[in-house]
Design a protein around this ligand. Structure first.
Ligand code: GTR
Length: 343
């Protein structure tokens, strides 16, 4: 019945990664801001004594970048296991600066052998329609954008790549096992970061819904019209013309997932999160699968609550409950990462 539903959604077929990414950036998120010409890092080491019972160090890092000749910086935190080398690590694009945080059980991640680096999206550019703020102000000194200029999601995804720049300089972190993740609007951001930056080994979207992991065509939750009505700064201006006309999009969101191929992607939904529309997220994961050597391996039915489908390079899980980034979601993500890394 999933396959029949996919046929009814009448999706544009997948294309090459170059064509898909070009279209998504031009018509939905905007072009990515340029990589910095230059970065140095201010690092405050061990900012909390005996962090995680002494099993981790917490550092505060500020990359000082030069982008298009102008200075820009934002802070992030890095919680890294004290013992051992070459840890797999998460880059968590978060709503707050806290580490740990209600969306990030740092100690449990550390105890499982993962490091977790995290920044607050507002520190890259605030979540409002002020395009003179933060990175936006550097790109658009008069605050005005047009056409395919980046929206805020593209800027936040750019921030994840800057955290990764630093991570790749650290011997405690394994450059081959970087995972980018986020929840809701930041799940959309994590998928974009994973699509554009091939240094990420795994991407995880938690409850990202409309303009993230969920198909626009045939959605039962938030529509393109809803999202560009309430949250237009997240996107480029070219996207606005598709409000109420999702069937005219030259892409659908399975393209965003497919752009990661062959690197693994996990999509997480929550059973009571109708606005993000779990079935449209599972269908997008399924439709993206053709881009991977092995896509989403699943029976021809909606996932059951509590199920983790992790046999392919596209994974899907459905948690019980509401819109939230919970410990259960992190556990499923760790299980998926271990399976894909062969740990
Ligand atoms: C919702 C929005 C979603 C989602 C979420 C969030 O209200 O409609 O697209 O991104 O907010 O980020 O919290």
């Amino acid at each position: 019945m999933l396959k029949e539903e996919l046929t009814r959604r009448n999706l544009p077929p997948l294309r090459t990664k170059e064509e898909m990414l070009e279209t998504l950036l031009r018509e939905e998120y905007g072009r990515m801001p340029p990589a910095p010409q230059y970065i140095i890092y201010d690092v405050q080491q061990n900012i909390v004594n005996r962090f995680c019972a002494g099993h981790a160090s917490l550092h505060r890092v500020t990359p000082r970048c030069v982008v298009e000749g102008k200075p820009f910086s934002f802070p992030f935190t890095a919680a890294i296991p004290t013992e051992g080398e070459k840890h797999p690590f998460f880059i968590h694009i978060n709503f707050r600066r806290d580490n740990p945080d209600r969306y990030m059980p740092t100690e449990e991640l550390i105890d499982a052998g993962f490091a977790v680096l995290s920044f607050c999206y507002d520190d890259v550019s605030r979540d409002n329609d002020d395009f003179t703020d933060g990175l936006a102000g550097l790109l658009f000194p008069d605050g005005k954008r047009k056409g395919d200029d980046p929206g805020k999601i593209a800027m936040w995804a750019w921030g994840a790549s800057r955290v990764l720049d630093w991570a790749l300089t650290r011997p405690e972190l394994d450059p081959a096992r970087a995972i980018v993740c986020g929840h809701s609007r930041l799940g959309k951001t994590a998928l974009l970061a994973h699509a554009v930056d091939e240094r990420f080994a795994i991407g995880y979207s938690n409850d990202s819904g409309c303009s993230g992991a969920a198909l626009a065509r045939g959605t039962r939750g938030e529509t393109v019209g809803d999202i560009v009505g309430r949250f237009h700064p997240w996107f480029c201006e070219n996207y606005y013309k598709y409000a109420g006309r999702a069937e005219q999009l030259p892409f659908d969101q399975h393209w965003l997932i497919a752009c990661a191929a062959p690197r693994p992607v996990l999509i997480g939904s929550a059973s009571l999160d109708d606005w993000a529309d779990p079935i449209s997220e599972q269908l997008a994961a399924l439709a993206a699968g053709e881009a991977f050597p092995v896509g989403l391996v699943c029976p021809d039915r909606p996932a059951q609550v509590g199920e983790l489908l992790a046999d392919g390079l596209v994974g899907y899980h459905l948690r019980e409950g509401r819109h939230y980034f919970s410990r259960h979601d992190w556990k499923q993500l760790m299980a998926f990462a271990r399976a894909k890394f062969g740990d």
